[in-house]
Write a protein that binds this ligand. Sequence first.
Ligand SMILES: Cc1cc2nc3c(=O)[nH]c(=O)nc-3n(C[C@H](O)[C@H](O)[C@H](O)COP(=O)(O)O)c2cc1C
Length: 207
Amino acid sequence: MELYIRDGVLYEGLISTTYRGEQYFAPIGFIKNNNSVFIKVYKGGLLEEVVLNTSLFALNIVFKPDYYAAFSLKKELGDVSVSQKTWIRGQQTLPILTDSLGYLVLVKENIVDNGEYYDVEFRIVDQGVNSDAYIEPYSRCYGSIIEILVYATKIKALRSRVQREVLSNFLEYIDFNKEIAYKTCSQEYKSLVDKILRWIREWLGEE
Ligand SMILES: Cc1cc2nc3c(=O)[nH]c(=O)nc-3n(C[C@H](O)[C@H](O)[C@H](O)COP(=O)(O)O)c2cc1C
């Protein structure tokens, strides 16, 4: 099997690197165009610091929502057993998830400050596939949980800075996706959704 990434599609993956001697992973949206990958990095988190100060990254291709949860809400849901399943590529101590379907190796080429976020461009210098990876059917369950996590991380980062109306919009998206998750997910994943929803209520001071 080969890794096939179309130009112009907004995909999600897990960006990884070694930062200050520790493995760092975070979910990220990315678009490929020819031999380049483009991401947007919002200001204010550790991700910003890591991307500003590092030039070599891997982009892990992963579907399972467990990983997106563990690496986006590290303090709340971070699971050591998930984050330790990595192998180190080459001599540049680039950590890659053992469970990823494949990966790209990226070198930072250009960074533009756009106010609220940075536009960052990378050059693809290598790629690989995990020949042991299994093929699993597509499920709306995974998409719904990842969608919930996107808005959960936005609420966590922006809750004290944005108007109530913006937060209500985020909560509406989350509610819509919760319905899909409850319809399509296993009990294990429904429990993960419930945990995320509890954290959101806590950040908003409702618990
Ligand atoms: C599916 C998903 C996609 C995300 N995409 C982005 C993105 O494109 N840009 C960004 O700045 N943050 C994105 N985030 C949020 C970052 O992953 C988040 O800032 C980070 O996980 C928080 O960890 P940190 O404390 O290491 O910054 C995304 C989160 C999820 C769950």
